[in-house]
Ligand binder design. Sequence first.
Ligand code: AP5
Length: 215
Amino acid sequence: MRLVLLGAPGSGKGTQAKKLMGHFSIPEVSTGEILRKAVDDSTPLGNDARSFMEKGELVPDSIVLGLVHARLKQQDCNKGYIIDGFPRNEAQAAALDKMLSAIGAPITAVVSIEVSRDDLIKRMSGRRICKSCGQVYNIHFLPPRKEGTCDSCGGDFFQRNDDKEDTIKKRLDVYEARKASLIEYYGKRGMLKSITGTGPVHEVFRKVCDAVEGA
Ligand code: AP5
């Protein structure tokens, strides 16, 4: 299965991608995670991407496309993958198709996770991540058993730099401005399945699994 997970910032793409990864034994390819690591490591690419990410803007296609191309060529992607956070616009979608048709391994499913703007804001502002193991929590919806402490490893939490109120709104505006053309791109090709992303994580997971059945 070669799956693209679409959805607004905070819609639960990363949460679902991690569950799918365990279920189907294929890797998650998250452009956001790859870019955040590059920023933290202060690589040249990370230094170029930093200001865009801090402002909640998209990182230029010229940076992101090379990064996706390199990641999908890695051996662990041979049996399939779940892409989360890419494509973000029609140009990226077309570039992905071109990249994959060159190797005869096209995308087999596209699922869009839909969540209301009010819930998205609450999800992002409430997101907390374990500094040690990366487990993602939410102070409103998925709190840890003990406040401020990771259930899995006992680590402390941090908040993403782009989960500040102004940046959250900017990210949502950036997504909304491109959503229709992206949905149309995959809709026209008969590939798009949309699901509601509200409700418990395991219920959303069931809906995603139903949507990708046979892909
Ligand atoms: P990226 O990291 O891709 O962020 P995003 O798309 O903004 O998505 P998020 O990671 O915020 O949310 P998510 O949908 O994964 O939700 P999650 O599962 O964490 O991108 C960051 C930045 O990098 C971009 O702004 C851009 O600058 C750059 N970038 C990345 N890709 C790019 C590209 N292709 N082109 C250009 N630039 C790019 O869940 C969110 C919260 O909700 C968590 O707290 C979680 O616990 C909670 N939650 C999850 N599911 C549920 C549920 N069912 N009920 C209640 N709470 C839930």
